[in-house]
Design a protein around this ligand. Structure first.
Ligand code: SF4
Length: 230
């Protein structure tokens, strides 16, 4: 299906590289979009925290929670594990479901402490994906975000925006299963890390600018390729 590739090219030409995942530079508490891979283990860990914090909430709410974690020097598995769960929940309150998410941040911290980022990086993508999916509170979207951005392994991320946009375009059904839509992307794109990273980020940008709950089709960059099944 050449359309999937064509949409990627069109979105890239319209919006340009997105530089995902947004990360916090050393000495700062605010995330910025950056180019290039996460270079430190702290960055990789921050991406894992962000992938959990963003469950069922907008990124702007996650930014505030991450800022609190940085201000309190908690972007480290050891520091997080030593922090009282109620205190942690208060710090990440802006991200919603804060008690549940505080527990999940502790679970992922334990996981990283037990396995180490270096060991996990050396694993094959499918093996690592299965390991991540066994962790309480990590579903396919969170696992794939962690794989793609923290461990730089090409696993295409499907989210609500992806299903919304590609069903409106006419490429899939509204209620397509996660794995089926992921397969569709992976079979129709070159297995390239940057392409997967950028494509997901561009989909999010399209959803924010045009393909909202109520779409603004006027000037949408992929309007001519879309069946507008709204
Ligand atoms: S043309 Fe409209 S429905 Fe289609 S992707 Fe763009 S905003 Fe969404």
């Amino acid at each position: 299906m050449q359309k999937i590739q064509k949409i990627y090219t069109t979105l890239m030409n319209s919006y340009g590289p997105q530089g995902w995942w947004p990360l916090t530079p050393k000495g700062s508490t605010k995330t910025i979009h950056h180019q290039g891979p996460p270079v430190t283990d702290t960055h990789r860990f921050e991406i894992m925290l962000g992938a959990i914090l963003t469950q069922n909430t907008a990124w702007t709410n996650v930014e505030k929670a991450l800022e609190q974690l940085h201000t309190n020097k908690l972007v480290s598995p050891n520091q997080l594990l030593q922090t009282n769960k109620n205190k942690l929940a208060k710090l990440i309150r802006s991200a919603g479901y804060y008690n549940q998410k505080a527990e999940r941040l502790k679970i992922i911290s334990n996981f990283i402490k037990d396995h180490t980022i270096k060991t996990l990086l050396s694993l094959n993508k499918d093996i690592l994906r299965n390991i991540l999916l066994e962790i309480k509170g990590i579903g396919p979207e969170t696992a794939d975000s962690i794989l793609l951005y923290a461990f730089e392994k090409p696993s295409f991320v499907i989210d609500t925006y992806t299903k919304r946009i590609f069903s409106r375009i006419g490429i899939c059904e509204k209620n397509i299963a996660y794995d089926d839509l992921q397969k569709m992307f992976e079979q129709n794109l070159n297995k390239n890390l940057t392409t997967y990273q950028e494509y997901h980020a561009l989909i999010v940008e399209l959803a924010k600018q045009h393909c909202k709950t109520k779409p603004i089709c006027n000037n949408c960059p992929i309007q001519r390729m879309c069946e507008k099944n709204v």
